[in-house]
Design a protein around this ligand. Structure first.
Ligand SMILES: *Cc1c(COP(=O)(O)O)cnc(C)c1O
Length: 407
């Protein structure tokens, strides 16, 4: 365990689905001297990182960068587009969707939380926490809203608490098929720069993201990608906002500056991350994550444990949720693995607390760090007395050896 006076040898294995392991290149970029955020060089940096982010979000429209965690960018998306008491349609895909819904309530909105009812026969977990957004249910609900009381549909693209992705293009099609004017707000805090994402093509009005997941940065900055309709809606929206207000940010960003002090050193890091992603190519980046995810899933299947995502088409390329057998406390297992092997795994959140753990396969990882991660899991599972059908490490080795690396 890392304390101020005791450092274990070797690198800590930070295999949680964010913060992800930060490449040394990015850490070095961050160590450059902080410059004057109103000075002559700063504008060039600001313009470069915004242009780079537009490529990552696949948008031609403004992207606001906040010195805040992803939660701040969630709030920014809501307060810039909505007014007190507005009805918003949200979808329960897991813990992060639930937190966003709670935030909407606290802000004085009227969220309606659609969810897939019932529990899953195989695991006893809530059905909605093993599947993605059901666009058909959204369409049905919007068709019933003839008076257009619902002002926004809010969904999570990569539900980090479950390892399930959702089809955002299908949600846009559902809104259009219902002929409904609601805005589409999407959280891809953990999907961006690891999973395919297209702000403009998918007709998203506000995309929310953060630094510490696919972008491989430390925590601390977050984003709102905007659409012209979102900007238009912000003019009439009356929820109180000041720090989060897009108007001043978007205006000052035109010259690469911010209304307040931005996180200069995290912007250096972002600049480096964008250069790395551009050099590799986004399609390669996505293929790399899919390949890693398939290797990790091969391991979980070999152990004979259920993968939380029950829909093979929706497996997250970013993380895999592993359900522990009844009676095996997944948090006690995680603690054991951390103590013995200096490996951090993601905890079960909300309704699946203690029932599952999450393996992150994003950030500064490679085949061998993932194999070591799986070895830590496998040893921990054995030490905890969990009966395993076979060796997940062997299965993942076979997968990685037999599947050519991307690029
Ligand atoms: C990490 C995460 C958040 C929360 O972001 P913070 O940076 O912790 O505020 C929200 N939604 C999703 C899907 C996430 O993965």
């Amino acid at each position: 365990m890392l304390t101020l006076d005791h450092h274990p040898t070797g690198r800590h294995f930070l295999q949680i689905p964010g913060p992800s392991p930060v490449p040394d290149r990015i850490l070095r970029a961050m160590s450059l001297p902080t410059i004057d955020h109103r000075g002559p060089e700063f504008g060039a940096l600001g313009l470069q990182v915004i242009a780079g982010l537009q490529q990552i979000f696949k948008t031609r429209h403004p992207v606001a960068i906040y010195p805040a965690s992803g939660t701040g960018a969630w709030e920014a998306a809501l307060v810039n587009t909505l007014s007190p008491g507005d009805a918003v349609l949200m979808f329960e895909t897991g813990h992060f969707a639930t937190l966003w819904q709670k935030m909407a309530l606290k802000l004085g909105l009227a969220p309606e939380f659609l969810s897939v009812p019932g529990t899953d026969a195989e695991t006893g977990l809530p059905n909605g926490w093993r599947h993605g957004v059901r666009a058909d249910l959204i369409e049905q609900r919007l068709r019933a809203d003839a008076g257009h009381a619902i002002k926004a549909v809010c969904v999570v693209h990569n539900e980090t608490s479950t390892g399930v992705t959702s089809d955002i293009a299908a949600v846009r099609r559902a809104i259009d098929a219902a002929g409904h004017p609601a805005l589409l707000l999407v959280d891809t805090i953990s999907g961006l720069a690891s999973a395919d994402y297209r702000h403009d093509d998918w007709g998203v009005d506000v995309t929310v993201s953060g630094s510490q997941k696919g972008l491989m940065l430390p925590p601390g900055i977050s984003f709102n990608a905007l659409s012209p309709r979102a900007l238009e809606a912000s003019k009439g929206a009356t929820l109180p906002r000041s720090f989060w207000a897009w108007d001043e940010i978007v205006e000052m960003n035109k010259t690469g500056y911010w209304p307040y002090t931005p996180s200069t050193n995290l912007l250096y890091a972002l600049h480096e991350s964008l250069a790395m992603l551009q050099a590799e190519g986004l399609d390669q980046v996505f293929a790399r994550h899919r390949r890693w995810a398939a290797g990790v899933r091969a391991a979980v299947r070999a152990w004979g444990l259920p993968i939380q995502c029950a829909d093979p088409a929706l497996h997250s390329p970013v993380l895999t949720g592993v359900i522990t057998p009844p009676g095996v406390d997944a948090d006690a297992l995680r603690k054991l693995i951390h103590q013995r092997f200096d490996l951090s795994l993601g905890t079960g959140l909300g309704k699946v607390k203690g029932r599952m753990f999450r393996i992150g396969h994003l950030g500064d990882s490679n085949d061998l760090t993932l194999l070591a991660t799986l070895a830590g899991c496998e040893m921990g599972l054995k030490l905890a007395g969990v009966p395993l059908q076979g060796s997940g490490v062997q299965a993942a080795m076979a997968h990685f050896a037999d599947t050519p690396a991307c690029g």
